[in-house]
Design a protein around this ligand. Structure first.
Ligand code: ADP
Length: 969
């Protein structure tokens, strides 16, 4: 028995008759679920077992399993051997269960047959599985198998028909033969013996075998001799218990013939019991009285035929099951095929879509505005690169398929980092991002600098390995270069603003400060962020704040120029006057920026103040003599006597002279400022000029003016102007020594120049005021009130001396007096230089340099008057000897220096000392000059020097040498 269940509900897809018989149902159960079809199985284990098989796909086999089934409306117990086999599709899922069962309740079938059947079933099941597989693989094969099976079926039914026909013919012939027997008893024996089938005649109640032919004996596996004349049951005792004796009896008693087609007949043989199938006919033989005397038994051994038929039937059944299963499979396959067809269609559509989108992506990449490339493998083969990427590389599509290192050899040759980074990305799987990286790439044979933003993106395969990198890059060269240009412009602009010596600032349109230059920071001692944060207010003098605020707010609101003056507090805690000025930058009718400057006008302001002071002094100075002259004139009007008037007239002449001098001084200052003084350089007798000016002054002076020199020299210069210098020195000497009675004038000449000095014994000058006396309007504070004057005389004198290439200086001691000097060079001087020079020694008129090897030092001695030219020349010689002798220390002796070399101070401090430091100078011992002006110049230049040279001042040469020798190397 076979059934096929589908789905988890166990729908009976098919069941053969045997199975239906087992269930005690009819074919209406097909299509129903098993539980619906055979409800009496509920409570028995079969449903659970089936479900388990469905779920696990594991075949379940059972032997001698009892089942209670309703057969002919009666619940009966039967025993079955059965198997639930899960049939699976290609995915390994169960799609049906094949149920085969054998009823083992009745043990009337011998074991071997069952075994055989089971084996055959097994083979068939296996074949079925094989066929299933084959069918699954090819649909056409299934169809052809089906056709073959159909043909076999047809053949089978054809042979059945033939058999039936044969039987019918046989029957007819038997009947004809019997009739013939009736007609002729005599011919009976012949008939029996010659019958083409088994025939015998039984006589009497013991059924003595009267006549029997060899066919019948064969049927029993006996010989004719063994059976003829013997009682039937003696020959075949095994008939006992089989239906034949009773039937024979029945025929004998009733006289009614009996026949049976296909009866089972068990025969004992030496090999054991044999099952045979026979068709037979019992015909009673009557005597004349009509009594039954014997029975004619006709038979035919149809065992082979039946077994063949049984086999055929069985195989037919099996084929049926197979067919049904196949049909079901077929249907399943068809539906699978249909589904496959549908999904194939969908797949095709998807592929089409993918192909289109791939094409689109490829098109997009090719034309993308960013550069894209894919590099694959350790070799970094250029898998693809779009137009932009090729542009960046400066290469053609020929690089595709080539390893990157070969496509762009300059990456390696120029030691660029890209290949290494790519290798790292490949190893680590970490993407790499970078901006504004410069790449050197060869474009048409020229290496170009290209700035790129780029990403190296590793592409991970399904198994996690990295086999390719997507490179996305943008060429930002233009942006970077233009930004660099802007930055450079900005830097230049800032440089420009910082280079301006004024405070420069910018403010936003609303007036908030947003930039200040370095000058502002230097002035206030804050950094630019702090100042931008503070704004100006913090630095403006409280008295100037209100005006500033008002003007600035007005300017910002009206967008017009802003100008204001205020005092700003510098880091040294002093206020300095500034002129603040700002202009709005107007772009597209909008103020976009305020650009402002604060100009330090402190000097102008103080000059203004000085000018004011000067004007008041000057008016006072001019008014005093005028007042006196006015008084004299009134006296002249009153007193007509000339004798009485004499002293007054003399006095007023003095006042007029004084007025004239004041006015001349003022005129001279104006001329000096305008560079308009004209000098008449002519040779004249110098001492005579001194004598004349002394005489002029002596005329009105109470002091005795003593000239301590008589040596006549001819000097070329402006006699009138030099007389003016002398006048000024002499009047000052008298004016500032009210308690003294003399002034001493000296004049010394040597081959190089004339030195004049004017000594007084008056109030003297504090050292701190000394070097400013020659400035315009400068007057020593505590004397200014006591002595009249404009502070112009020394200024004018200094100008005149400078124009004669001369120098001037003062030696003074407060309360003791002053000596005012000036020196005028004689032009012949240079020619008379005598120079001695070796690698370690130099000597000229005004300078000696010697290298002391023992102490590795330079000894330098300056002699006499020095000016800018002689100082510069001597200093450069010092540098030369320092380098030549690899020396780091100098003893600089100024003890023999005279006069003033202040004009060279800046050069010495700012230029010469740094050069010396670079050449190795570390220690500098300075022996001070007796000349105050020279000392001042030395100190000023050393103060200016900013460096690592250690300096010390000395007055004693031995001390200086000791100090310098003790310095470490
Ligand atoms: P003035 O004498 O008109 O003030 P000068 O230019 O001649 O102007 O002198 C400038 C200043 O130098 C004087 O005011 C004074 O303080 C100072 N001064 C000039 N000569 C002497 C001197 N012989 N003794 C002291 N102080 C002097």
């Amino acid at each position: 028995a076979t059934a096929v269940y589908t789905t988890e509900e166990l729908i009976i897809q098919t069941a053969n008759d045997a199975m239906i018989r087992f269930w005690g149902k009819d074919r209406s159960v097909i299509g129903k679920s098993l539980i619906e079809a055979v409800p009496e199985l509920v409570g028995q284990p079969f449903f659970d077992l089936l479900k388990e098989v469905w779920r696990t796909g594991i075949t379940y086999t059972a032997t001698d399993m009892p089942a209670r089934l309703r057969i002919n409306d009666e619940l009966q117990w039967s025993y079955y051997d059965f198997e639930y086999r899960a049939i699976k599709n290609e995915q390994g899922n169960t799609y049906c269960i094949l149920h085969t069962a054998t009823d083992v309740t009745a043990h009337n079938l011998n074991r071997s047959t069952i075994q055989e059947n089971l084996q055959r079933e097994q083979i068939l099941t296996e074949e079925l599985a094989a066929v299933n597989e084959e069918l699954a693989s090819t649909n056409e094969e299934l169809n052809s198998s089906n056709e073959e099976l159909l043909t076999s079926n047809e053949e089978l039914s054809f042979s059945r028909e033939k058999l039936a026909e044969l039987n019918a013919q046989l029957e007819v012939r038997v009947r004809e033969r019997i009739k013939a027997l009736e007609e002729s008893e005599a011919s009976l024996r012949t008939l029996v013996m010659t019958a083409p089938y088994a025939l015998m005649i039984l006589r009497g109640r013991d059924w003595i075998i009267e006549l029997v032919n060899w066919q019948m004996a064969n049927l029993w596996d006996k010989t004719l001799e063994e059976v003829t004349g013997k009682p039937l049951l003696m020959i075949l005792p095994e008939l006992e218990g089989q239906p034949f004796p009773d039937l024979l009896k029945q025929v004998y008693e009733t006289g009614v013939a009996y026949g049976q087609e296909e009866e089972v007949f068990f025969l004992n043989t030496p090999e054991g019991q044999k099952k045979k199938y026979v068709s037979y006919h019992y015909d009673p033989m009557f005597n004349q009285e009509g009594l039954v005397t014997g029975i004619i038994v006709a038979g035919e051994d149809i065992t082979e035929k039946v077994e063949a038929r049984h086999l055929l039937e069985k195989s037919y059944q099996e084929q049926q099951v197979l067919n049904e299963a196949l049909a079901a499979n077929n249907e399943e396959l068809l539906s699978i095929n249909e589904r496959l067809a549908v999904s194939q269609k969908q797949l095709k559509l998807t592929i089409n879509r993918l192909e289109t989108s791939e094409a689109r992506i490829r098109y997009m990449l090719a034309d993308a505005p960013v550069a894209i490339s894919i590099l694959s493998g350790r070799e970094l083969i250029v898998e693809s690169a779009n137009r932009k990427m090729l542009e960046i590389w400066g290469k053609t599509a020929a690089v595709i398929g080539v390893p990157l290192a070969k496509a762009l050899p300059e990456l390696d040759e120029l030691g660029q980092p890209f290949l290494k980074i790519l290798d790292d990305v490949m190893t680590t799987g970490q993407a790499f991002y970078a901006n504004e990286i410069v790449a050197l790439l060869e474009h048409r044979g020229v290496v170009e600098e290209i700035y790129v933003n780029f990403v190296y993106y590793p592409v991970q395969e399904a198994n996690g390995t990295i086999n390719s990198i997507i490179v996305v890059a943008t060429d930002v060269t233009e942006q970077v270069k233009s930004r660099q240009l802007i930055e450079a412009t900005g830097a230049r602009f800032r440089f420009l603003l910082n280079a301006i010596p004024q405070q420069v600032w910018t403010a936003a349109p609303d007036g908030t400060l947003n930039y200040v230059n370095q000058v502002v920071c230097d002035n206030f001692g804050y950094n630019s962020e702090e100042i931008v944060g503070h704004g100006w207010k913090k630095f403006i003098h409280p008295d100037d704040l209100a005006e500033y605020m008002e003007k600035w707010i007005k300017a910002v609101t009206s967008g017009t120029e802003y100008v204001v003056e205020f005092r700003l507090l510098f880091k040294d805690n002093t206020y300095k006057w500034h002129l603040a000025r700002a202009l709005p930058l107007i772009e597209e009718e909008q103020v976009t920026l305020w650009l402002g400057t604060n100009t330090n006008i402190e000097i102008q302001k103080s000059n203004e103040q000085k000018k004011d002071e000067f004007l008041s002094i000057a008016s006072h100075e001019l008014k005093t003599p005028l007042t006196s002259i006015k008084a004299v004139i009134q006296m002249i009007q009153r007193y007509k006597d000339p004798a009485k008037l004499e002293p007054f007239i003399k006095k007023s002449a003095e006042h007029i002279a004084r007025l004239e001098k004041l006015i001349n001084d003022l005129l001279d200052v104006t001329k000096i400022n305008a560079g308009k003084i004209i000098y008449n350089m002519e040779p004249f007798g110098f001492i005579q000029m001194l004598r004349d000016s002394i005489a002029n002054i002596q005329y009105t002076a109470a002091h005795e003016l003593i000239l301590e020199s008589n040596e006549e020299i001819t000097y070329t210069g402006d006699r009138f102007r030099l007389e003016q210098v002398m006048n000024n020195f002499l009047t000052n000497a008298i004016k500032y020594s009210p308690g003294a009675d003399k002034v001493i004038i000296r004049c010394k000449t040597d081959q190089e120049g004339i030195i004049v000095s004017v000594q007084d014994f008056g109030i003297g000058i504090e050292p701190e005021n000394l070097d400013r006396l020659f400035d315009r309007y400068y007057r020593v504070d505590n004397t200014a009130m006591r002595f009249e004057g404009l502070g112009l005389g020394l200024f004018i004198s200094a100008e005149i001396i400078k124009r004669h290439n001369g120098s001037f200086w003062i030696e003074s001691e407060p309360d003791k007096g002053s000596i005012f000097y000036f020196r005028l060079p004689l032009s012949l001087s240079a020619a008379k230089q005598q120079v001695v020079q070796t690698d370690t020694f130099y000597r000229a008129n005004h300078l000696t340099i010697s290298y002391n090897q023992t102490h590795n030092r330079l000894d330098v001695d300056w002699i006499g008057f020095q000016d800018v030219a002689s100082v510069k020349k001597g200093c450069m010689l010092m540098l030369d000897y320092l380098i030549k002798n690899h020396c780091d220390r100098v003893v600089n002796d100024n003890r023999h220096v005279l006069g003033n070399w202040s004009e060279a101070v800046d050069w010495v401090g700012n230029t010469w000392f740094p050069m010396m430091e670079k050449a190795g100078l570390r220690y500098f011992a300075h022996l001070l000059s007796p000349s105050t002006f020279s000392r001042l110049s030395a100190k000023k230049s050393i103060d200016m020097m900013a460096g690592i040279i250690t300096t010390q001042y000395f007055t004693e040469i031995e001390q200086a040498r000791k100090w310098i020798n003790e310095r470490p190397s």
